[in-house]
Every structure is written in C-alpha cells, then in structure tokens.
Design a protein around this ligand. Structure first.
Ligand code: 5GP
Ligand code: MG
Length: 184
C-alpha cells in the first residue's frame, strides 16, 4: 500500500499520523459496552447509529451489547472537507419510532456539538422516554453548546482525525487505527 508508510497515511496530499491504535480502541469499546449493559439491560433501548461515520464503532460496540435492543440508522450530515458547516441535515420522518423509548445516540465524534444539539431538540419534540449520548471521540475545546455526554471513549485535542469510520472526503474510513492530521 503506497498510501501508507510506517505510522503515516497520506490522503489527498495531507499526511496523517497514527494516534489511537486498534488495540487501544478495542479495549475502550469493550469498556463502553459494559457501561451500556449495566445501565440498559432489560430496557430494550434503541441505538440510533449516526451515519456515515459511526458505522464501524457501532458494529463493534453493539456486538458486545448482548441484551435485547433495536437499531435505527440515521443519515446526518454537517461536515465538509476539514470543517463543520454548522448546517445539520437529517430526515425527521425517520425518528418517529423513537417516541416513548430509551434512546442511545451512537456517534463517531462530537466536535462543535451542532449535530447533537439539533438531534436532541428534535427528540424532545417527539417525546422520548430518555436519551443518552455515546461517542467514541469528543473534542472538548471545540464544543459550542452545553449538554451532557454520558459515554465518551476518548477526549482528544482539536486536530482533524480519520480512520475507524471517520473520513477525509470519504477516504480513510476503512483504516483500523485512528490517525491525526500532522501539523504542516
Ligand atoms: P459537530 O456537529 O459536533 O460539529 O460535528 C459532528 C460531525 O462532524 C461528526 O459526526 C463527524 O462526522 C464530523 N467530524 C468532526 N470532527 C471530525 C474529525 O476530526 N474528523 C472527521 N473525519 N470528522 C469529523
Ligand atoms: Mg458523524
């Protein structure tokens, strides 16, 4: 693979360097799954998997949640290139099964928090029983809103990351480890 060398990967001429190894990610995902099991066994929660980025994280996490549960996939977009646009779009019609239910939102990364705030607002309108947020990554210094994130895999610095479901213009989602943009 010529796009990868040692600990670096090059995507569209940008160099990213290995940041969280697949083993570290797997170990943390296992812990998160245990947290969720303790909290939600016998609640039959609905996991709402935020597409595209959370598909890899969700597939590892949910296979370790060996309790009854439902899943719902929701396509959400806001990011373009390396920046959040602040313009969050999703189809509200897909959210109607969540009324009265225990909902766990599964996200790859929370950055400005715009996506979560837009979703939480809509879930409130629908009337869910309870809602929790579970994100693999959180950039605390970029958050623009005040809301609780109950389950966080890793709090990270402001650098742009790819891999394990996260993309740079649709590339890099298939990387097993997570890579961080190298300062130029
Ligand atoms: P927010 O609405 O919190 O600003 O952004 C949330 C979404 O932006 C995430 O679900 C993710 O798709 C994207 N995003 C935020 N930071 C990064 C990053 O460092 N790398 C990638 N690949 N996507 C990011
Ligand atoms: Mg996302």
């Amino acid at each position: 693979m010529d796009w990868m060398s040692n600990n670096d990967v090059t995507i569209n001429k940008l160099v990213f360097t290995k940041f969280l190894t697949k083993d570290a990610i797997q170990a943390r995902v296992e812990e998160l799954a245990k947290e969720l099991k303790n909290k939600y066994e016998n609640h039959n929660p609905i996991f709402v998997i935020l597409l595209n980025g959370a598909f890899v994280f969700a597939s590892d996490l949910l296979r370790q949640f060996d309790e009854s549960a439902e899943t719902l996939f929701l396509k959400v977009s806001s990011y373009h290139d390396l920046e959040s646009t602040g313009n969050v779009t999703f189809d509200k019609n897909f959210l109607s099964p969540l009324s009265g239910r225990s909902v766990i939102l599964i996200e790859d990364i929370i950055d400005t928090g715009n996506t979560m705030v837009a979703l939480l607002k809509e879930l409130k309108t629908i009337g869910v029983k309870e809602v929790a947020l579970c994100t693999l990554l959180l950039k605390p210094n970029k958050l623009k809103h005040n809301f609780e994130v109950q389950h966080v895999g890793f709090s990270i610095a402001d650098e742009f990351v790819v891999g394990y479901g996260l993309d740079y213009n649709e590339q890099g989602r298939n990387l097993r480890d997570i890579y961080q943009l190298k300062s130029q």
